[in-house]
Design a protein around this ligand. Structure first.
Ligand code: SF4
Length: 320
C-alpha cells in the first residue's frame, strides 16, 4: 500500500482533513490528534475501513515535528485545552514517534492526554506513562480467543495479550476505559464478560453502539436503533449496578474561541493540489492555510483547480 508522508515540505496544512492532522469541534474541551491512518488490524465492522485497499488505496503519516508545530499553534490560539486525544483513523500505536509526540504535547497547556487503541502493540507502557499519557481507551469486544480473531480480522489478535496490557496500564496508574462495540446477535454475552472484567480490574467501561457507515466495513447484522441500544444498556446498568452508556449530554462542552472560518459555503475558490486523497478520485488541496478534500478530482499534483466549498463543518473542508 502506498504511504504518503505529510511534512513541512508537503505544503499540506494540518487542519481541514477528517482523517489526518488536527480536529477541533469548536470547544476547548477536546482536540483530536490524528498522526496516522495505519492500523495493525482489519475489523469487519471498522467504520473507517482501515486496510481495505479498494476504499483507501493509500495511507498517510504525519511528521512528528510538523504535527507538534501545528498542535502548538492551535493550543496557543485556543489559550489551552482540556484533553488532547490521540485517536487517528488507524491505530496510534503504529506511529513510531508516539512517545516523543506525547512528550511534546505534555509541555503545552493541556490538562489530560488520552489515546484510543486496540491494545495489541502496547509494548512500552512505562514509557508512555513517563512521557505524559494519562488515559487509554481500549477497543476490546470479547474475551473469547477465536471470536477476538474474527472481530479484529486477524489471526494474530491475541486477547490474552491485550488483557495483560490492560493490567499493565492499570499497574502504571493510567486511567483505563474498556470501549467495546456491542454488535447485536453477535457479542451480547461477550459484553457481559467485559463488564465483569471491568469490575474485577476496577477499570471503567463505556459500551459503544455498532453503527453502519457508508464507507465502513459492515457486519451481517442489522444496526439497531438508539432506543433499543439504550434499553439494553439500561438493562445491563441495572443488572451490574454500573454506568455503561454515555450520551453527548454527559460530556461537558464549553463554548469557547473558534478557529476562524476560512471560506463561505458554496464559495468558489482556487485550490492548489498537493497530493492524492484517502479515497480514489479524491485529491488533497490547499487554500488559505487549510487542507481541503476535493471530490471527483484527478488533476495532477501542483496544478490548480477551481472548486466549490460544499462542506465546512467542524473545520473539515470538502470541495467539488
Ligand atoms: S482497530 Fe480500529 S481502526 Fe483498526 S481496523 Fe479495527 S476498528 Fe478499524
Amino acid at each position: 500500500m502506498e504511504l504518503i508522508k505529510i511534512d513541512q515540505d508537503s505544503g499540506i496544512p494540518l487542519i481541514g482533513l477528517a482523517y489526518i492532522g488536527i480536529l477541533t469541534r469548536n470547544n476547548n474541551t477536546l482536540l483530536q490528534i490524528r498522526p496516522t491512518t495505519v492500523c495493525n488490524m482489519k475489523c469487519p465492522f471498522c467504520s473507517t475501513a482501515a486496510n481495505s485497499l479498494k476504499i483507501h488505496p493509500r495511507n498517510f503519516i504525519v511528521d512528528k515535528d510538523y504535527l507538534v508545530a501545528w498542535i502548538k499553534e492551535v493550543i496557543n490560539y485556543l489559550e489551552g485545552i482540556d484533553v488532547a486525544h490521540i485517536d487517528s483513523v488507524g491505530d496510534p500505536t503504529t506511529y513510531s514517534d508516539l512517545i516523543p509526540l506525547i512528550k511534546e504535547i505534555k509541555k503545552l497547556k493541556v490538562k489530560t492526554i488520552s489515546m484510543v487503541t486496540n491494545g495489541v502493540l502496547l509494548n512500552n507502557i512505562k514509557e508512555l506513562k513517563e512521557a505524559g499519557l494519562d488515559k487509554v481507551n481500549i477497543s476490546i469486544h470479547t474475551l473469547n480467543k477465536e471470536k477476538g480473531k474474527l472481530l479484529f480480522g486477524k489471526d494474530s489478535y491475541d486477547v490474552d495479550k491485550v488483557i495483560k496490557n490492560i493490567k499493565e496500564l492499570l499497574k502504571n496508574k493510567l486511567e483505563v476505559w474498556l470501549t467495546p462495540v456491542y454488535i447485536p446477535n453477535f457479542n451480547e454475552k461477550d459484553i457481559e464478560d467485559l463488564i465483569e472484567l471491568s469490575k474485577e480490574l476496577k477499570c471503567n467501561i463505556a459500551i459503544q453502539k455498532y453503527e453502519v457507515h457508508k464507507y465502513g466495513r459492515k457486519m451481517k447484522t442489522k444496526e439497531e436503533t438508539y432506543y433499543t441500544f439504550y434499553k439494553k444498556i439500561n438493562e445491563w446498568e441495572n443488572k451490574y449496578n454500573l454506568k455503561l452508556g454515555f450520551k453527548a449530554k454527559d460530556i461537558e462542552v464549553k463554548k469557547t474561541k473558534k478557529l476562524p472560518q476560512k471560506f463561505k459555503l458554496n464559495e468558489k475558490i482556487n485550490i492548489e493540489i498537493k497530493a492524492k486523497g484517502w479515497m480514489p478520485n479524491q485529491m488533497i488541496g490547499t487554500a488559505r492555510n487549510r487542507a481541503i478534500t476535493i471530490l471527483d478530482c484527478n488533476k495532477p499534483v501542483n496544478s490548480t483547480v477551481k472548486a466549490k466549498i460544499i462542506q465546512m463543518k467542524n473545520n473539515i473542508y470538502v470541495a467539488k
